[in-house]
Design a protein around this ligand. Sequence first.
Ligand SMILES: Cc1ncc(COP(=O)(O)O)c(C=O)c1O
Length: 371
Amino acid sequence: MIGSRRTFLHAAAAAPALILARGREAGAFAGAVGRIGGLVRLDSNENAAGPCPAALDAIAQATRLSHVYPFRYGGALEAAIAKRQGVSTSNVLVGCGSSEILLNAVLAFTDARRGLLAPLPTFEEPARRARQLQRPVQEVPVRSDLQVDLDAMARLVPDAGLIFLCNPNNPTSVALPLDQVRAFAAEALKRNPDVVILLDEAYIEYADGGGVASALPFALETPRVVVSRTFSKMYGMAGLRVGYAMGQLDTLQRLAAWSLPMSVNTVGLHAAIASLGDTALESRERARNAEVRAFTVRRLEAAGARVPVSHANFVMADIGRDVNGFRSACAARGIAVGRSFPSLSTHARISIGTMPEMEEACSVFADVLKA
Ligand SMILES: Cc1ncc(COP(=O)(O)O)c(C=O)c1O
């Protein structure tokens, strides 16, 4: 645990009582988030199924603890994550969403000489932060099949302080098999004795075969690889801002040096712990997402789009026309889809909502693509 002993003792005493007292409800997910601003929001890869019932119950309970600083419970979340992941609490660092982990990685592992190396497009926050800090940014366009170009990235490794590799990648939705990630990471560590690799696994729980799997075991083996995860996607808690990093203690301490004090709030912390207690959540949500995603892909392909295999809760459809026009036409009919991304001007990133939302959205997509 990257916290104080005091934190852990409070946590051990207090958190289980809250969880045992509540969180009994079982059953299906609590239902759709619904329209926000009059639009079905398929533009930010949120999970429309929302938090699981145990988390909703914990949220209701924990709002009464809003006067309590989260440090009193902080160790409990790290312990729950460690238990689920089969690691020690010293291998876990929590953050205000995984965004905090990503931003702190740029602060910790880049400098004016050794910057950020990342694919393009990918989740843009690390590059945004690096530019803001005037750290060098090297971006390597993805290949025509949307896969990250690992060979081209490997050539640039000697100049990097931090390599950001998002797997599955947002916004492309495709993923690299674990053996390729491991081979790339091993090569990168050889080419540059100081570089740190951040493997962003925000969507890894949705991985759908093809050898795609978490690189966590690798992160535990070497001090120069960190994995980040989030409760925002699979766990449906984007609004509560809970994420975490896993890796070796020394590496996490370099990240933690930049953390905000108590960056995970009391409500989010209890909701995350309760979610982890729902051991069927991941298989249930993976199946729900896979069913709705398969429906969406069938409908998009029937409308003429090409959709690469997605390992996430969104798809990246090549609609064969400028995405901005498509986006405005869909918005005019109540459906918000993702913005355009660098070099992929004919691709629309479409998050997977609930089945009723996707039925409505797919009718709109078909009409717009027919026009
Ligand atoms: C790949 C990836 N990483 C990290 C994040 C940040 O997520 P959060 O800060 O909600 O954990 C996102 C958000 O969409 C993402 O797509």
